[in-house]
Design a protein around this ligand. Sequence first.
Ligand SMILES: [Zn+2]
Ligand SMILES: [Zn+2]
Length: 549
Amino acid sequence: MRDKAIITSALPYANGEIHLGHVASTYLPADITTRFLKQKGVEAYYICASDDFGTPILIQAEKEKKSPQEYVEYWNKRDYEDFTAFDIDFDFFYKTSSKENIEFVQDVFTKLNDAGHIYEKDIIQFYCNNDKKFLPDRYVIGVCPYCKAEDQYSDLCEKCGRVPEEIENPKCALCHKPPVKEKTKHYFFKLKNFSDELYKWLDENQNLQKDVKKYVQNWIKGGLIDWDITRDISWGVPIPIESANGKVFYGWFDNHLAYISSAVKFLNDKGLNGKKFWNSADIYHFIGKDIVYHHYLFLPAMRIGIEKEYKLPDYIPTRGHLTLQSKKISKSRNWYIGLKEFLGYYPADYLRFYLVSITPYSQDDLNFDWNEFATKINSELIGNLGNLVNRTLGFAKKTFNGKIPAPEGFDNHDKEAEGKIKKLSSEVGNLMEQNHLDRAVKKILEFTAYFNQYFQHKEPWKNGNSTKTTVYISTNAVASLAIILYSFLPASAEKIWSQLGMNNKISDQSWDSASSLLIKKDHNIGNVTPLFSKVEESDIQNYKKKFQN
Ligand SMILES: [Zn+2]
Ligand SMILES: [Zn+2]
């Protein structure tokens, strides 16, 4: 682990609201990891931006009689608000249409061009005579030439994850008429040139997930194809060549460069040297598995192509898709739950707890299920974790008027319990460093279950010898829990911290400090109230009905 880190997550496309599917695989794991790194003393920054360019946005803006600038400005602001309500704490949230990104993208292109990695070629482009426009990307649907899946977009097969060279049996996605073909000049990035270097980089980087590496290396063995980086539309980063007037870059050429341009702007504005920081930091790009091709091939190839002026990623944590009640999320079929709407029903921490618990560090898909959500919140978050906090602090309040007593000797059980506190930060921390956030939560719940049993077994209400020791140790367990919980459930951790009567900030507590007994004798705890309220079965039934279609 380096002492600096830059964390990014896949950029939200500025064309609609954030839903649960977005946050599960990408933003939540990135936010938790950033908070953890900061607690570990790493100078870490979480950078994101809205992805502002491309045909879908242009067309939607026209429909709403807005300029594309106005249109993306609205979604940039709205996305940021929704993320913030979910306690996704970006250090900087910018946009791919920023002047810094446009300049950077054009500069990268010029360097790639000068180095001989770009060539021009006349291509035949689909054109719809009915709609009178070129039909790039999502505006042509057809059959994937690799896996023969039907109704796939021409720029990405959602079934097999590959980018088709040419889609079979094409149709205009707007009017469903077969398009005609017209000639136009496009710029290509020589991805093929980088096959060996990409293969080697994948081999050498031990932090990347083995299964993802394996199938990307199989793609390389199967032969990469050069990459058309041009679009005949008006909304994008202009290609900085005079004869390319009216042409812009394909969104996947410019969007991931905003990881760099946004980070550098943020760092420079802070008075740091952005480029130097980037090159001495651990670089994390959090993504969902649908964009593996772009992040394991295009992105590193472009950085290699500019002589690694900005270092390649150290980690690309890649996770599966969220399904909703076991069905694929689809905005067009209205089968999704908006983040903002969900946060109107339940606190952010309920959703954070549930999603992180069910999201493994793998390509496996995960499923949002209303009943499972209710069970996990009621029995694990409230019945186990919340119960420990409330019974411990409640008992200390009632029995000792909130003043933590000095312990009176440790028996074997007390010593074992003390040992659990001392090991908590390293046991959970090891899992965090390996990106196993779901297992880290499990470990935390083992800890709280242990202390519930400890309290139960000790029977401090019988007021024997061990009452004071039990309260002293249990209160310390709650303090350590709050620190470890902060990355996962920041609002709840803060509440626990304030109920403990701590007057410093939970966010300033170091991760490793959780391994000591922080609460000393005679410490006065604060007001004690239940942390959570139960998820009601009748509400769950209503939401299930509401989201049926
Ligand atoms: Zn396919
Ligand atoms: Zn058409």
